[in-house]
Design a protein around this ligand. Structure first.
Ligand code: NAD
Ligand code: TYD
Length: 335
């Protein structure tokens, strides 16, 4: 059976993708991850002993890690490895440039050398910048990133396309909207708000909370990635969205309501710099070409997600009490 090399598989979406591959396909999986603050090997404890799964600790920016991969056999490479938090990219952009751009190029060189069947770059709708009230991002929308994070992702996308055009490397890029679900690091909006609300701590809403994100359940995203990997046209970009736009304030109130917590926990704090106002995705291309559409209804998905965090308090606690605590205090004491 074919082998998929997943990079960044110990993070939020990568670990969900590995669970999905092990449970719903017959691929072998190699997971290379540097285990940064965002990577958690415990996300994969239930597949650890599966004979189809293998973990390698390694950094995609390091030549030694890449050399290790040259000696392995794999047919596909799906790259999730990245620095992913916009606020961190504003505080300290350097690591974003290294991992997201140079790390991607290392994986492209490796893919060329190994002559693999397909390289999949997991990108984001944030490369398109921000929308006003009207319109949706299509694959043809111009790249207009605003944060160091989104600019690093857009740069990587251009290099991926250059390797297709110049060297005929078979590639796809997926650009998905905001994911939610199990194993998301509690610096991102939904797990952060759940964690704070459970502890009766303030919920920091940036600006006036009117910003809009298009939420997609991570299971829908993972299913789409596999379809693109197997059936996507080489050189093509595929957008994915959840068809579920929510204003941040509305979403935070929904979380409080489900948890039975008061809205008085909400604190309006200083806005994020260059805060993109609205993301919304036109996913008609993947719907028409690959018959993909999101299936999880937001009202069900958010209840299940909240239940997951409530049932996995130990997982959450270990993260919140570690390195993240210092970062958290630094971020929010200044607001
Ligand atoms: P995450 O921050 O939860 O996980 C990132 C993973 O990459 C971690 O396991 C980390 O240890 C690993 N990593 C970081 N630097 C590395 C390096 N130099 N070498 C090897 N591994 C490294 O991120 P996520 O939310 O799961 O996002 C995964 C991918 O999906 C990213 O490329 C991101 O841009 C993209 N994406 C995320 C979302 C979202 O809503 N979370 C939406 C669209 C696209
Ligand atoms: P985030 O989860 O960081 O994802 P992204 O910025 O990549 O879309 O943030 C989602 C939205 O929530 C974004 O508009 C910023 C906002 N936000 C807050 O209002 N408070 C917070 O504490 C966080 C982390 C985000």
């Amino acid at each position: 059976m074919d082998t998929v090399l997943v990079t960044g598989g110990a993070g939020f979406i990568g670990s969900n993708f590995i669970h999905f591959l092990i449970s719903s396909s017959s691929y072998n999986v190699i997971n290379l991850d540097a285990l940064t603050y965002a990577g958690n090997i415990k996300n994969l404890s239930s597949v650890e002993k599966d004979s189809r799964y293998r973990f390698i600790k390694g950094d995609i920016t390091s030549p030694e890690a890449i050399r290790q991969l040259v000696d392995l056999d794999f047919d596909y490479l799906v790259n999730f490895a990245a620095e992913t938090h916009v606020d961190r990219s504003i505080l300290a952009p350097d690591r974003f440039i290294l991992t997201n751009i140079l790390g991607t190029q290392n994986l492209l060189n490796l893919s060329l050398q190994k002559q693999i069947r397909k390289y999949i770059q997991i990108s984001t709708d944030e490369v398109y910048g921000s929308l006003g009230r009207e319109g949706f991002f299509s694959e043809n929308s111009p790249l207009d990133p605003t944060s160091p994070y989104s600019a690093s992702k857009a740069s990587a996308d251009l290099i991926v396309l250059a390797y297709f055009k110049t060297f005929d490397l078979p590639v796809n890029i997926t650009r998905c909207s905001n994911n939610y679900g199990p194993y998301q690091f509690p610096e991102k909006l939904i797990p952060l708000m759940i964690n704070n609300a459970v502890k009766n701590k303030p919920l920091p809403v940036y600006g006036d909370g009117s910003n809009i994100r298009d939420w997609i359940h991570v299971d829908d995203h993972c299913r789409g990635i596999l379809q693109v990997m197997e059936k996507g046209r080489s050189g093509d970009i595929y957008n994915m969205g959840g068809n579920s736009e929510k204003q941040n304030l509305e979403l935070v109130k929904t979380i409080l309501e489900i948890l039975g917590k008061p809205e008085s926990l909400i604190r309006f704090v200083t806005d994020r710099k260059a805060h993109d106002w609205r993301y919304a995705v036109d996913y008609s291309k993947i719907r028409q070409e690959l018959r993909w559409a999101p299936q999880v209804k937001f009202t069900d998905g958010i209840r299940d997600t909240i239940a997951w965090y409530l049932n996995n308090q130990d997982w959450l606690e270990e993260i919140v009490s570690g390195e993240y605590q210092h970062y958290y205090e630094k971020m929010y004491s200044t607001r």
